[in-house]
Design a protein around this ligand. Structure first.
Ligand code: ATP
Ligand code: NI
Length: 412
């Protein structure tokens, strides 16, 4: 049982680990330009779980890949800043730095790659894709441990062996370790990591191959692999989507424990609002490549102002009436082809409250505190209707809102 107050642990004054500004990523396909991520802004604070939620095709995964410079051709980050807190790098690359924050896009590629593992790590929906089928699980995690060791042993700027940071194809595109490649210490550490993610008999399991693991166990092993580099930020893209409900709950619990233990930041991507409610401190709702609403968990679940968020909320099963059918929002996510996208609200076609003004670019409505939405209607309705007392949103990052709300129950 996790108390709602855990949100409050990450106060509004916690420092940002990552600041994403005006990030745009496009795919230049034969059929034209696809605007997969469109001028996205968000921050990830130290020690928080930031959730990104949205339907399929809303740009969540491409956003994540953009952060770690893994967007594949014909895609490319075309705009924006990805500022990451790293005083050492800031000192080394003053041109890319502003205080302790370094714009990753301004760093040499080799340096940026070297951040994968020790600074950022990623886990995915399909753990199989993260492992080389012909090497034991233990050996692959040991390799990830060694990458971290080498990184620690050398100054960042001269690190050269950054390829094999142990995640999926990035392992394969780098050095594929032979059986005797890793040293015994790294192998011991791998067993320790397997133990930490709750794999029974970790020493024996380390000797097994990925196909000998169940889905849930392999998911745990992937988390162990991602943790081997002791990352500051773990990006989890639909980490439990492929798992059955019981295992899903266990893996989420594990992620939460690990996050708290290490005070790591997590960017959690999912289309499942239940997962968001259970896990995140703050939330960004994405639609058609844009962040259309953002706020604390309470802002989003109790006071959402964007019709899209409200639609999504309407489509989660009611806990009181579990038999109720899901109510998907009618219509589908737009194509994101540049040729079809004007400067307007992209949700207007599906919005039950659409009006003529929605054919213009929606304003960024500030709902107070950290709560914001891209919607002209929200701006109109709520700027007048929600006359909140002075200081309501101020101290404690929305603490006042949570009092008396049912936020506590939602989490477990
Ligand atoms: N390789 C590619 N070539 C062209 N367009 C792409 C490519 N990869 C992604 N896109 C475009 O980017 C959009 C966003 O995709 P993305 O994978 O980020 O969505 P998502 O929100 O993660 O969805 P899902 O929940 O299905 O994973 C897609 O709708 C697609 O149009
Ligand atoms: Ni995705």
């Amino acid at each position: 049982m996790v108390d709602a107050d855990t949100d409050a642990d990450v106060g509004a004054d916690a420092r940002d680990l990552l600041q994403v500004r005006d990030l745009s990523t496009r795919f230049f396909t034969e059929r034209g330009q696809v605007n997969a991520v469109e001028s996205v802004d968000f921050d990830v604070r130290e020690g928080e779980i930031l959730g990104i939620v949205g339907e399929s095709g809303s740009g969540k995964s491409v956003t994540a890949l953009s952060l770690v410079d893994l967007v594949e051709s014909p895609g490319r980050v075309t705009e924006g800043e990805i500022r990451y807190r790293d005083p050492e790098l800031a000192e080394e690359f003053p041109d890319a730095a502003d205080g302790e924050m370094v714009d990753l896009r301004e760093l040499p590629e080799r340096v940026r790659r070297a951040l994968r593992g020790p600074s950022f790590s990623m886990i995915f929906q399909d753990p199989m894709s993260s492992f080389n089928p012909s090497l034991t699980v233990g050996e692959q995690i040991a390799e990830a441990v060694e990458v971290q060791r080498r990184a620690n042993a050398r100054p960042r700027s001269t690190r050269s062996r950054t390829q094999g940071y142990g995640l999926g194809s990035y392992l394969l595109d780098g050095i594929v370790p032979g059986r005797d490649y890793t040293d015994p210490e790294s192998r011991d550490r791998a067993v320790e990591l397997l133990d930490q993610v709750g794999i029974p008999d970790p020493a024996e399991r380390a000797e097994e191959y990925p196909h000998e693991f169940s889905g849930g166990m392999l998911q745990r092993a992937m988390i162990a692999q991602a943790l081997a580099g002791e990352p500051d930020l773990l990006i989890a893209d639909e980490p439990t989507t492929a798992l059955d409900v019981t295992i899903q709950a266990q893996i989420l619990e594990l992620l939460r424990e690990i996050q708290a233990e290490r005070d790591m930041s997590v960017l959690l991507i999912t289309h499942d609002l239940g997962v968001i409610a259970r896990m995140s401190d703050r939330v960004c709702v994405m639609y058609a490549g844009e962040v259309v609403e953002r706020g604390t968990l309470a802002d989003i679940f109790e006071e959402s102002v964007h019709p899209y968020t409200r639609g999504l909320l309407g489509s989660i099963p009611d806990l009181a009436e579990p038999a109720r059918r899901l109510q998907p929002i009618e219509g589908s996510v737009p194509s994101l082809r540049d040729a079809e996208m004007d400067d307007r609200c992209f949700f207007a076609d599906r919005c039950p409250k659409a009006m003529e003004d929605c054919l213009e670019k929606p304003p960024e409505f500030d709902a107070g505190g950290e709560h914001g939405a891209k919607c002209v209607l929200a701006e109109r309705e709520y700027s007048e209707a929600v006359a909140l007392p002075e200081g309501f949103f101020d101290d404690g990052g929305g603490e006042a809102k949570r009092t008396g709300a049912d936020g506590g129950e939602r989490r477990e």
